[in-house]
Design a protein around this ligand. Structure first.
Ligand code: GLN
Length: 545
C-alpha cells in the first residue's frame, strides 16, 4: 500500500439502489472493495439496513436469507459475507446497523437525559446517530464503502438518504461519492433497453437532495452508446460514469467485468487519485479456475430451508471455493429434511453431504435418519452446528441404545445429550444465560478458539491444532457419554481450550465424517478456501471414483 491515502483523507462511497430490489448492491459494493484493493487501497465495507429489527438474529431465514456472523459476534445481513469473501477484510459489529439499532441507541440516550431537554427528532438526532455510525472507526482506511439497504423511494430509507446527503456537505465533495445501482430492462416488443425507470429513480434520489455521481446499470446485454448518452443527459452524470453492470455467469467474475467497464478507474478519477497502480492477478487467477475444465461431483445439503437457497448462502460459496482448489465442479442439491421418505433416496445419489444448521424441532427426524444412513454407508459427511448436535443424538440412540437421547431444544427429555448452555468462558470471563432470556443476541456468538487433538482427521484437514471459528448456537453437547462413544468409533477431535465444550467430532472408522459445532462456511474465501470444505469435496470425489 505504498500510495495509501493519509488517515484524515479517508473517502466515503455510498451505494443506493433503484428501480428494483435484488440487483446486487452487496456484490457491487464487495466487487468495488476488491478492485480498490487491487489498486493498493485499504477498504472497509458497511451496510445500513432500513428495517426495525435490531439485527437479523431473530428473523426467519426465509425473510432475508442466512444470518452472517462476524468474529466479534455480531449477527448481520448476508451481504457482509460477500464483503468478507471479496476483500478478505473481516467485518466487525461496527460495519452493520439497522434502523432499529439506531433508534434503540437514540432512545436509550434520551432516557439517560443525554439530549438535555431537547425534543428528540428524526432530524437531527436519528440522522446524527446514522452519521456517527458511518464515521465510526474509519480513520485507518482509505475507502469506506457503505451500502444503503432497500430501494430508493422506500419510506424507511429516507433518514439514511438524509444522513448521507448531509455527510457530503460535512466532509466535502472531494471525500464523498454517490453510486446509484439501477436496472435497464429489455423490452422485447420495442427491441430496446429502457432507460426511463432509471431516470425516475435518479429523480427520486434527487428529491432527497442526492445527485448520483455514477450510475451502475444492471443489464442482460451490452448497453448501446446512445442509451448511455441518454442516461448521462437525463440523469445529469458524465457519460463515462454510466457503467454497464452486465449479468455474470459467476459472481467471482464480477470484479473483472466491472473493471473492464471502467468502474474503478472512474471512481479514482472522481476522487482525483492515481490510476496507474493496478494488480488484478488475484481475480484473474480465480476466473481461470472458474473456467477450467473440471470433474463434477454432487454435494447434498440436508436442511429445512430448501425453498430459499439464500438461507445457505455461505455454504454454497464455501463449496464453490473448494472446487477452485480441487478442480471440481460442484452440483449442489438441496434436500428437504422434512420430507423423510425422499430424503434418504436423494442422499443416496450424492457423493458427499452436508447436514446443515437450523433451529427448532421441525425436520429433525429426517436429519437423524440421514446421518444414520451417511454413517453406515460411509458417505463423506460434514455436519454443521445442529448437524453436529444431531450426530451425537443419532450415535447415542443407534450405537449406544439410548432411545430417549435428545436435545432440550426439542422439548423436555430424560436424556439431554444436547442441552441449553447457561455458562461458558469467553476470553477468560464467564458468560451466563438463563432459560427465560430474550432470544435476540443471547446465543454463543462469534469467534472462539478450539484445540484439536493430534493425529485426528480434523488435525490433518486444518494442518494445525489451534484454530478459531465462528459460532451461533444456544445449545451444547454434553460429554457424559464420551468414553462409550469412543468405543463405537466416535471421538471428539476438537474441544474448547478448557476441555468443556465439544467443538469437533469425527468417526475413526469412516472415510470422512466430521461434524462441527461452529460454522466453518463463514470464513471461506475464493482465494483461501476453508480446509473442511476442501477436505469434504476431495473425499466426495474419491467416493465417486
Ligand atoms: N439450534 C441449535 C442451537 O441453538 C443449532 C443452531 C445452529 O445450527 N446454528 O444450538
Amino acid at each position: 500500500m505504498d500510495h495509501s491515502l493519509s488517515t484524515s483523507e479517508s473517502k466515503f462511497i455510498f451505494i443506493t439502489g433503484g428501480v428494483s430490489s435484488s440487483l446486487g448492491k452487496g456484490l457491487s459494493a464487495a466487487s468495488l472493495g476488491a478492485l480498490l484493493q487491487c489498486r493498493g487501497y485499504s477498504v472497509r465495507i458497511r451496510k445500513l439496513d432500513p428495517y426495525l429489527n435490531i439485527d437479523p438474529g431473530t428473523l426467519s431465514p426465509y425473510q432475508h436469507g442466512e444470518v452472517f456472523v462476524t468474529d466479534d459476534g455480531t449477527e448481520a445481513d448476508l451481504d457482509l459475507g460477500h464483503y468478507e469473501r471479496f476483500t478478505g477484510v473481516n467485518a466487525k459489529g461496527s460495519d452493520y446497523c439497522t434502523t432499529g439499532k439506531i433508534y434503540s441507541t437514540v432512545l436509550s440516550r434520551e432516557r439517560r437525559g443525554d439530549y438535555l431537554g431537547a425534543t428528540v427528532q428524526v432530524i437531527p438526532h436519528i440522522t446524527d446517530q446514522m452519521k456517527a455510525f458511518i464515521l465510526n472507526e474509519t480513520d485507518d482506511v482509505d475507502f469506506v464503502i457503505c451500502e444503503i439497504g432497500g430501494t430508493v423511494g422506500d419510506i424507511e430509507g429516507l433518514p439514511y438518504l438524509e444522513a448521507i446527503r448531509q455527510l457530503k456537505n460535512d466532509l466535502g465533495q472531494e471525500r464523498v461519492m454517490f453510486i446509484h445501482l439501477t436496472l435497464l430492462p429489455y423490452v422485447s416488443t420495442a427491441g430496446e433497453l429502457k432507460t426511463k425507470p432509471t431516470q425516475h429513480s435518479v429523480k427520486e434520489l434527487l428529491r432527497s437532495g442526492i445527485q448520483a455521481d455514477l450510475l451502475l446499470c444492471r443489464s442482460d446485454r451490452p448497453i448501446p452508446v446512445d442509451a448511455k448518452k441518454k442516461l448521462a443527459q437525463f440523469c445529469n452524470v458524465p457519460p463515462q460514469r454510466v457503467i454497464a453492470a452486465l449479468d455474470a455467469d459467476n459472481i467471482y467474475k464480477v470484479p473483472l467485468q466491472y473493471h473492464a467497464e471502467g468502474f474503478d478507474e472512474q471512481i479514482c478519477k472522481y476522487f482525483r487519485i492515481p490510476t496507474e497502480k493496478l494488480d488484478l492477478s488475484v481475480w484473474e487467477d480465480i476466473v481461470k479456475k472458474i473456467d477450467a475444465n473440471k470433474n463434477s461431483i454432487t454435494i447434498g445439503i440436508v436442511g429445512k430451508y430448501v425453498q430459499l437457497p439464500d438461507a445457505y448462502k455461505s455454504i454454497f460459496q464455501a463449496l464453490q471455493h473448494s472446487g477452485f482448489v480441487n478442480n471440481l465442479n460442484i452440483d449442489v442439491k438441496l434436500i428437504d429434511s422434512e420430507d423423510e421418505i425422499n430424503c434418504i433416496q436423494e442422499i443416496a445419489l450424492c457423493d458427499g453431504v452436508i447436514v446443515a444448521g437450523g433451529f427448532g424441532s421441525r425436520g429433525i427426524q429426517g436429519k437423524i435418519d440421514a446421518i444414520q444412513y451417511l454413517r453406515e454407508q460411509k458417505i463423506p459427511t460434514l455436519g454443521i452446528c445442529l448437524g453436529m448436535q444431531l450426530s451425537i443424538i443419532e450415535a447415542c440412540r443407534n450405537l449406544l441404545g439410548i432411545k430417549d437421547a435428545s436435545s432440550t431444544e426439542f422439548g423436555p427429555t430424560t436424556e439431554p445429550v444436547v442441552c441449553l448452555m447457561t455458562e461458558w468462558l469467553k476470553e477468560n470471563s464467564v458468560e451466563t444465560r438463563t432459560i427465560n432470556e430474550d432470544l435476540g443476541g443471547t446465543m454463543r456468538l462469534g469467534a472462539y478458539p478450539c484445540s484439536i487433538k493430534q493425529g485426528t482427521l480434523a488435525e490433518k484437514m486444518y494442518g494445525t491444532t489451534t484454530i478459531s471459528e465462528r459460532h451461533r448456537h444456544r445449545y451444547e453437547i454434553n460429554l457424559k457419554y464420551k468414553d462409550k462413544l469412543k468405543e463405537q468409533g466416535l471421538i471428539f477431535s476438537g474441544l474448547s481450550p478448557d476441555g468443556q465444550l465439544p467443538e469437533i467430532l469425527e468417526y475413526t472408522d469412516h472415510p470422512w465424517f466430521i461434524a462441527v459445532q461452529f460454522h466453518p462456511e463463514l470464513k471461506s474465501k475464493p482465494f483461501d478456501p476453508h480446509p473442511l470444505f476442501v477436505g469434504l469435496t476431495k473425499a466426495a470425489y474419491e467416493h465417486k471414483k
